[in-house]
Design a protein around this ligand. Sequence first.
Ligand SMILES: [Zn+2]
Ligand SMILES: [Zn+2]
Length: 354
Amino acid sequence: MSQETMKALVYHEPGKISLDDVPVPKISAPTDVIVKVTLSTICGSDIHIYQGGLSDVKYPKILGHEFCGEIIELGTAVEDFKVGDRVAVSCLAYCGECFFCQEGFYAHCTEPTCGCFGVYAPEGCQAEFVRLPYAEKCMYKIPEGLTEEDVLFVGDILSTGYYGAERAMIQTGDVVVVVGAGPVGMCAMISAGLFGPSQIIAVDTNQSRLDVALKEGIADLALNPKDIDVIAKIKELTEGRGADRTIEAVGVSPTMDLAVGAVRSGGVVSTIGVFEKSFELHLERLWAMNIYLSMGFVPMNRVPQLIKLIEKGKINTNFLITHRAPLNDILKGYDIFGNKKDNCLKWLVTPYVR
Ligand SMILES: [Zn+2]
Ligand SMILES: [Zn+2]
């Protein structure tokens, strides 16, 4: 490629990011692919990193891990793709062969070049180009008839929301509470709906987000802890028992307390929040109630199924797209999305305009 440098959003240290000129990535292994980023996002995790929340992130680092791209260069070992293919990319690069990959825990891949884009080893997607290590494992062709917008979230927040619902082990007729109505919580509501619950209850202190969840039909009821005793209300709705399953999608103490407090004995608490700080959890209560507790980083093993569900019209996440601007304006995006201004749910980053 003739272009030597590209624009990229670089994290320099906690509290410091800038749009810099950096070298364009090159193929460095036969299994690599270089994609031109056609659409990406700012994710809540990027904000955590920017604020210094994920202390194991090494800098300088190009941020961003939710994206689609067009293949511009292929390593010699890449067989099933060609230049020009449009792909949705998983937020995780993984080798597929190490112990944890064999076990299906791709986030724990031990190959040094792998991990979450823009967080661990691979550089991120808030740039003009990205190198995908073990590319055939982490990229998925976008089906004819679907746009980048349609599938953009499969590689991160939709997979995460689905993981929360799947690990909640929802049974037909269950009452499911989702604590946190941000983009990930909304993806958990969308996914929970696939498992046949009788009721999905959204909980958040942000009323405008609750209103979106109701308007889009992804929640049946919305409860705002600012207005109501949420746990008492859920018990009232469930003959005093509590919800069958609760999904926590934030990762802080008050929301975890709500998820634990609202679940019934024998129920499931499934959390997909990103926890930065340790806090007290009432294990004596969870033990006495026979609660199944699930947590952890999404393994990204459902992307093909999610693309199929989108293709067949069973899932639609396009309402999450509230803002869109070129890479040139990404610092504005960090401010607006990061500070939850202007009812922003998802800030999309379109290619840099020269
Ligand atoms: Zn993310
Ligand atoms: Zn691996």
